[in-house]
Each structure stands twice: as C-alpha cells, then as structure tokens.
Design a binder for this molecule. Structure first.
Ligand code: SAM
Length: 284
C-alpha cells in the first residue's frame, strides 16, 4: 500500500537540508560545460501548494522553509542556501511563500539547456501530476515505475555524469537495507556518479547498523550528514533527517561543517538539536 503523500510534509526541516544540498550539488556540476543528468528515483509531484489542505493540516513547512525565509543568516549560510532559495523565490515572484518546488522541479529550475532529468514516481496519481508539471519539457522524462528498478535500468546515464537522488517514503520495513542494497547495485553500474540518499531519524531508526553496512560496502568518498531538531530519545516522531552522499563535491564536507550548526539553531524544536558531518569511507 502506498499511503505516503509528500504534500503533508513539503518544505519541512528535512526538505530544507535535502533541497539545499541538492541545489549545492547541482551548482557544482554546472562548473563544467558538459551535460549532466539527475535521476530522481522517488520524485513526488514536483510542485507543492503550501496553501493546500494537506500542507495546512500539518503546518510542517512553517518549521522548515518558513523559518529559513524569516531568518537572518550569516553571509556564509546565506551563500550556502542561495542556489536553493533563489529557486524557491523564483516560484513565488509576488514575495509570499505558496509554491514549494520539490526535488525534480528544483533540479529543473537550476538546469542549463544541456542538462536532463529522469524523474521516477510509482504512485499513479503522483506520477500523473508530475507529468503535468513537465508537460512539453524535452529536458525532463517522467516515468511511472518502481524507483528501485530504475537503479538498474537507467544507469549509467548516457551523459556519464550526474546525481542519483534516492528519497523513499520509509513506510515499509527494511527501507534502510533497501537503501544500502540500492546503492551497492547503482554504484556498480555507475561508479562515477554522485549519490544522495535520504533517511529519517527517529528513536528506533537503526542508524548504527546502517553506518556499519555503508562502511562495509566501502564505496570511496561516502559522507553521512545528520541534523536533529530535538533529542532523539524522547519523542517517537521524526526528530531528525539524514543524508548519505557518495562522491560529493570536494568542497561540500567543509561547507556543511561550517554552516550546519547555524542551520540547526534556525530549525531547532527543542533541546538536543545538533548536526553531524562524518566521513564513513574515505578516498580509495
Ligand atoms: N523526492 C521528493 C522531493 O524531494 O520533493 C519527495 C519524495 S517523497 C519523500 C517519496 C515519494 O516516493 C512519494 O511521492 C511516493 O509516492 C513515492 N514512492 C513510493 N514508493 C515508490 C517506489 N517504489 N518507486 C518510486 N516512487 C515511490
């Protein structure tokens, strides 16, 4: 059963970290003229209306992109967030905060004419909506497919450079293991690619086991990034957000170490808010 709908969560603190880093990686890819491809295996609907009843029901975006928009960040954090926030503002030319770009739309907003997006979404209604967002756009291909399968079929991309984003809903058991297995298969087919895997942080998330398996997988240049908005022991809800990044841009680790403590203070929901940037596997 596919019950997860991202419309309830779009723009929350997890999207902030994920989308800010995604925009940084794409900005880095643009340093070379050569075309790249973004493969988004769990793409969602692409564009979220924050005035919808789903978004209003949880109000999650207020604690995410809403707070970031109201914050007065240091120059360093502002520079880090700029590629993402510029795209968000582009969707809201009248100044407010109503339309929030999900990962495929964000990627597309940052593209040059040579860059391409493969957006994969399994939920039929979501895939249909996603397709309508990119109607007539020759740079984007939307496929209604199980994203885990695309890690075989769609790799390596013909551009031979780019990013694979794996952002599953974690509504089934075993999703952490599926991430590790997916990364293993994908990097075998496309070792030069950059990978970004999302995972939730809840009190019962098997994070130590996950780290061990990633270390055992031993893909060179594997980085883990975690941001907790509150202590992870007290509440069973989503207390934090994590990204595993393989082959990150060379500057990303130091940039994240520099800016995340300040981002944590902006997104904090209580005591225990903290960030972590750690190399799981170094250079080969
Ligand atoms: N990546 C999106 C973003 O950042 O804007 C959000 C994606 S949301 C967390 C996860 C999406 O995966 C949902 O839209 C859900 O319908 C979809 N989904 C669930 N299982 C899937 C599967 N096996 N293959 C592809 N998509 C799937």
């Amino acid at each position: 059963p596919m019950n997860y709908r991202h419309s309830y969560h779009a723009g929350n603190f997890a999207d902030v970290l994920k989308h800010a880093v995604l925009a940084q990686i794409i900005t880095y890819l643009k340093r070379k003229d050569q075309a790249f491809r973004i493969i988004d295996t769990h793409a969602g609907i692409g564009l979220y209306d924050l005035s919808s009843k789903e978004a209003q029901k949880t109000g999650e975006w207020h604690g995410g992109v809403g707070r970031v928009m109201e914050a007065k960040p240091s120059d360093q954090l502002a520079a880090f967030l700029a590629p993402w926030l510029t795209a968000v503002r582009e969707m809201n030319p009248d100044g407010g905060m109503r339309l929030y770009p999900g990962s495929p739309k964000l990627a597309r907003l940052l593209f040059r004419k040579q860059d391409r997006l493969s957006a994969i979404e399994l939920h039929p209604a979501d895939a249909k909506q996603l397709r309508s967002v990119f109607e007539g756009d020759y740079q984007v291909r939307v496929t209604e497919l199980d994203g885990w399968l695309s890690l075989g079929a769609h790799l390596p991309p013909k551009e031979k450079r780019g990013l694979v984003l794996i952002d599953p809903p974690f509504e089934q058991e075993g999703e952490f293991d599926r991430l590790v297995d997916g990364l293993a298969r994908a990097t075998r087919r496309f070792p030069g690619g950059t990978y970004m895997l999302w995972h939730p942080i809840k009190a019962d998330s098997p994070l130590a086991t996950f780290d061990k398996k990633l270390i055992a997988l031993a893909r060179p240049r594997t980085l883990t990034v975690r941001l907790l908005v509150r202590d992870n022991k007290i509440s069973p809800s989503l207390n934090g957000t994590g990204l595993v990044i393989v082959n990150p841009p060379f500057t990303l680790e130091s940039e994240l170490k520099a800016v995340l403590p300040e981002l944590v203070t902006i997104l904090a929901e209580g005591p225990g808010a903290v960030s972590e940037v750690r190399v799981l596997v170094g250079e080969s």
